[in-house]
Design a protein around this ligand. Structure first.
Ligand code: DGP
Length: 114
């Protein structure tokens, strides 16, 4: 599996605005924010795309959602609402092949997305 930029963020070789960290997960601000709050939640274990997730990863995906929920509350966007997104491959707009959950909020988000 090829390393991505997120491995360098995990190792702190590249600095990022870290919002949350534990031994298995990291959350940091997106470098190209699409909303006032735009945070990426990643597992430290690299899984390239959502296509590569299997049953043994169910806990990982669930915990990523729980971290996103906690951050949304801390950022006080929980009441107004927010969006959680996994982009997958080309049509999904995925550019970094290490799964990441986008947490977007702080403004009215359009639906359907472009
Ligand atoms: P996606 O298009 O779903 O693969 O999203 C990848 C996101 O990663 C994109 O919104 C920009 C973000 N990103 C890429 N490189 C860096 C980086 O070096 N630092 C940070 N903080 N975010 C990055």
């Amino acid at each position: 599996m090829t390393e991505t930029i997120f491995d360098k963020i995990i190792s702190k070789e590249i600095s990022s605005d870290i919002i949350y960290e534990d031994d298995q997960y990291l959350a940091f601000s997106d470098i190209n924010p699409q909303a006032p709050v735009h945070i990426l939640i990643i597992p430290k274990k690299r899984i390239p795309t959502i296509n590569d997730v299997d049953k043994s990863d169910a806990k990982t995906i669930g915990e990523m959602v729980l971290i996103a929920k906690k951050i949304a509350k801390n950022k006080q966007i929980d009441k107004d609402g927010y969006r959680l997104v996994f982009n997958c491959n080309d049509h999904g707009g995925q550019s970094v092949f290490h799964i990441h959950l986008h947490l977007l909020g702080g403004r009215q988000l359009n639906w359907p997305p472009g």
